[in-house]
Design a protein around this ligand. Structure first.
Ligand code: GDP
Length: 304
């Protein structure tokens, strides 16, 4: 665990560096809070979360009579951790067999890589996995998924040029017939046709439900943590279309925009169904570079 924390810390240095710099030789005054506000906004924390964090920080500083920059910084870690805490909830599989997890995300977000990592993670916890290559539009996506399947020694349902709905339907049935614990459905991130991506994904979701009345049990969106506020817009759009149950935030091993998790948390606080949890974070390109999300550790890595 040490290793990934260091990687996250090193990665988030780009985000946190600006925030940490504010505390160097600082006085505890209005100017400090103004500089903090700028630094948090630069890290793509967004206005609502930044306002919330700063108000909470001022309360904490007053309550704890913090007088040194180090003490204020420690309170900032607590403020950020508290904002992030609602996002901390593990992915649970096992209530349904198979648990059908639909995975969405725009191209380049790290969806295929994350599915590979997730497969390994599940296999490590003794779950049998079946992959469904429902991104039938991109041959490369199918091939990439087959490589991950090989590496993880799991079965894959794939069909060249097939219909994404049909592949998903077959996969859910095959998963049930073969007694798999989890079916991971990889969906398209962009369509080469005039067809609207969200319509396509909604259709896959409907078809999956046809194959199993309780499925999909999870609709997980993979977002690139490096895209900051744009990632938040994606979360909102996909949630509106599909109803998200969880997130995977990738590329946190080298981003200046790690504050976006706070923005996602504040958005989630207003959401009707409650916040969308971050099941995993991606901290590198390798299969093992997937970690469960811990709010306090993340805040600590961010603020130092
Ligand atoms: P997809 O188009 O969404 O399926 O994206 P890919 O899974 O193909 O990933 C796009 C690029 O991002 C690849 O070069 C991956 O190696 C890289 N990538 C994915 N996740 C991470 C991560 O957590 N950290 C880093 N540094 N790179 C990642």
């Amino acid at each position: 665990r040490e290793g990934w924390m260091n990687r996250l810390k090193t990665g988030l240095k780009k985000t946190g560096g600006g925030i940490q710099a504010v505390f160097v030789n600082a006085q505890i005054d209005d100017a400090l809070y103004e500089e903090l506000e700028d630094a948090l906004l630069m890290a793509d924390t967004g206005i609502p979360a930044t306002t919330h964090i700063l108000q909470d920080l001022k309360d904490r500083v007053w309550r704890t009579s913090a007088t040194t920059p180090a003490a204020v910084r420690a309170q900032l870690v607590e403020s950020v951790a508290e904002v992030l805490r609602p996002l901390q909830r593990p992915l649970e599989v096992g209530r349904h067999t198979p648990t059908v997890i639909m995975v969405a995300g725009v191209n380049g977000a790290g969806k295929t890589t994350s599915i590979g990592k997730l497969t390994k993670h599940l296999a490590n916890s003794n779950c049998s996995v079946l992959l469904a290559a429902a991104d039938t539009f991109r041959a490369a996506a199918r091939e990439q998924l087959a490589v991950w399947a090989d590496r993880n020694l799991v079965e894959i349902v794939s069909q060249e040029g097939g219909d994404p709905g049909a592949v998903s339907f077959d996969a859910v049935n095959a998963g049930r017939a073969r007694g798999k614990d989890v079916v991971l459905v990889d969906t398209a991130g962009r369509l080469p046709t005039q067809l609207h991506l969200m319509d396509e994904l909604k259709k896959i979701k409907r078809v999956v439900t046809k194959a199993d009345g309780t499925a999909p049990h999870e609709v997980v969106l993979v977002i690139d943590g490096n895209t900051g506020q744009n990632a938040l817009s994606q979360v909102q759009a996909f949630d509106e279309a599909l109803g998200l149950t969880g997130l995977v935030v990738t590329k946190l091993d080298g981003t200046a925009k790690g504050g976006v998790l706070c923005a996602i948390a504040r958005w989630g606080a207003q959401r009707k169904g409650g916040p969308v949890p971050v099941y995993f974070i991606g901290v590198g390109e390798k299969l093992e570079d997937l970690e469960t999300f811990d709010a306090h550790e993340f805040a600590q890595a961010l603020i130092g």
